[in-house]
Every structure is written in C-alpha cells, then in structure tokens.
Design a protein around this ligand. Structure first.
Ligand SMILES: [Zn+2]
Length: 303
C-alpha cells in the first residue's frame, strides 16, 4: 500500500488496514474514494480529519503559517517584479504564491477598512473636497436659498463633479450628508468587484493583436495589478495626513511605471510596446473608473 504518511498513525497503518486507525478512514469522508495517502487523490481532502479544539487551533496556525510563506514569496514579486509573478503563475507555479483573486479581494478589503482603522474620514476624495468647499463658503450650501448656485470650483470641470454637486446641494443637514456618505461607501464596496472584469477586458483589448493569451491570463494580470493598486491606496490612507500627501503625489508616478513593468514581464513586450500599452491602459482605466464612480453614485441616489 503506497503511503506517504509519516505520523505515528502511518506506522500502524502499514501493519493493518486503515480502519484500525480511528482518525485515518479507509475512504475519503468527503467523496468516498479509497484513500492511498494523506490526501484524497480524487478531491484533495486530507485523510486525517481534525476533531478537537487543539486540532482547530493547530489547523488555524498551520493555515496562517502556510499563507505566511506564500505571502512573503508573493509580496516582493508583486511589488518589484509583477510581470514575473503573473508569468510564473500562468506557467503553473501556483501552490507557492497567493492566488491573484485573494490578493485582489484582500486589497479591496484593506481599501475599505483602512479609513476606519485610522479614524480618518471614510468618504471618497471628491466628497471631502465638496465638504471643504462648503465649509470655505461659510456653509452656503446648507440652507442655501432654492436655486442658489454655490461656487464649487474645479469640480465643475468633470461630469462626475457636476453630478456630485447637484446631489450634495440637495442635502441640507450634516446628518443627511453623513447618511449619503455611508450609503455611497456601502454601494462602492458592493460594486468594487466590477473593477476586475472591467480591467480584464481592457487588457484583452490592448493585447488583441498578440495571440496566445486567454482571458484567464488577462484576469491574472489585472487581479495582481489591481491588488497592488489597492495596497498602495490603503497605505496612503493608513499613513498620517502629512506623509499621506507625499504618498498620494507619488502614486500617479509609481502606478504607471508598475503597470508598464507588469505588462512587459507578463506578456514579454518590448519597452516601447509596454510603454504605449500602459499609457492606453491608464487612459482607459481613468474612463472606466469615472464610469464606475458615476454608476455607484447613480445607484446610491436611486436607492
Ligand atoms: Zn475525496
């Protein structure tokens, strides 16, 4: 009986049938396939089933330690050699890295919890700007005469800004605005996943003339890329206000460079090909992000 068991239970198992050992059943408890090792070869479940509280704790620490190892292999690559990470994942080196979807979901989680950790305002930047302007105008919007226009400056230059201004101006009290912010953030959190398929499609468009790549490949690149973006964003929110300003100024430089390096490595592009595509990617991402915010906004106000 071929076995890779190395626990005391394994020694017993070699001398008798698996049924002799209470914790090592002969058949997989999950799918019923006959077991020949520590893991079911049909479904992958462990033969040994944890049952005690001690088991539960050790399982947890095992899981954490296992994740820890993958995390410290994934993170440096994600930051400095993203293209290599995506390429190696695609080539089949999967067990040693954190799944791109997990990186993305964790980043989304961080982006939306970071503001609560620091106790900083959790509203998006646009809302903060409007509020600041309202304060600067001496609270003119609050209790403004019907139809009275309030100068909201540069916000007027974007469709989203105009859209935002109209809605904010309708909210009379700070309580109403706070309620709106909460609803807005909840909606944004609910819809954050939309960003992933959107950026996957953008990548598919950009790589349309280079055959040999599937939507899966684009998905991996976009999930790792967005994960990195989310990590930087949440760091910006976790930093003290004074430093955060510098960090936010650096982001628009770091992100395109990271995207270019990522594209170049993941798709084996030339520097020129990678640069052109990352510029296009940036432009399309801005448009997509604007549409996303407008969508969140429309759904918030409609709700
Ligand atoms: Zn099984």
């Amino acid at each position: 009986m071929p076995t890779t068991l190395d626990s005391p239970a394994a020694a017993q198992e070699t001398s008798g049938t698996a049924e002799d050992v209470p914790h090592e059943p002969a058949e997989c408890r999950n799918c019923g396939t006959r077991l020949t090792g520590r893991y079911c070869h049909a479904c992958g479940q462990q033969a040994h089933l944890h049952a005690t509280l001690g088991d539960l704790l050790s399982e947890m620490f095992e899981g954490v330690a296992h994740f820890d190892g993958r995390l410290w292999r994934t993170l440096p690559l994600l930051v400095f050699r993203p293209g290599e990470l995506s390429r190696r994942w695609k080539a089949g080196e999967r067990a040693k890295f954190v799944h791109p979807l997990h990186v993305f979901l964790f980043a989304v989680f961080l982006v939306f919890t970071a503001p609560y950790v620091t106790g900083q305002a959790s509203e998006p930047l646009e809302l903060q700007r409007v509020e600041t302007r309202i304060e600067a105008a001496g609270g003119q919007v609050v209790g403004a005469a019907p139809g009275q226009e309030v100068d909201l400056g540069e916000l007027e230059t974007t469709a989203f800004g105009r859209f935002l201004k109209k809605t904010i101006a309708k909210l009379d009290t700070p309580e109403e605005r706070a309620y709106f912010r909460t609803k807005y953030m909840a909606m944004a959190y609910k819809l954050a996943w939309v960003v992933a398929p959107l950026s996957m499609l953008i990548l598919a468009l950009l790589m349309a003339f280079r055959p040999g790549y599937t939507l899966y490949d684009h998905g991996v690149v976009s999930l790792y890329g967005l994960g990195f973006f989310g990590l930087l964003l949440s760091i910006a929110m976790l930093l003290p206000r004074a430093v955060a300003g510098v960090w936010e100024a650096v982001l628009p430089i770091v992100l395109p460079i990271h995207a270019m390096v990522h594209l170049r490595g993941a798709y084996g592009l030339s520097w020129v090909g990678a640069s052109l595509r990352s510029v296009a990617l940036g432009a399309m991402t801005l448009v997509a992000f604007g549409l996303f915010l407008a969508g969140v906004f429309a759904l918030t106000t409609a709700a």
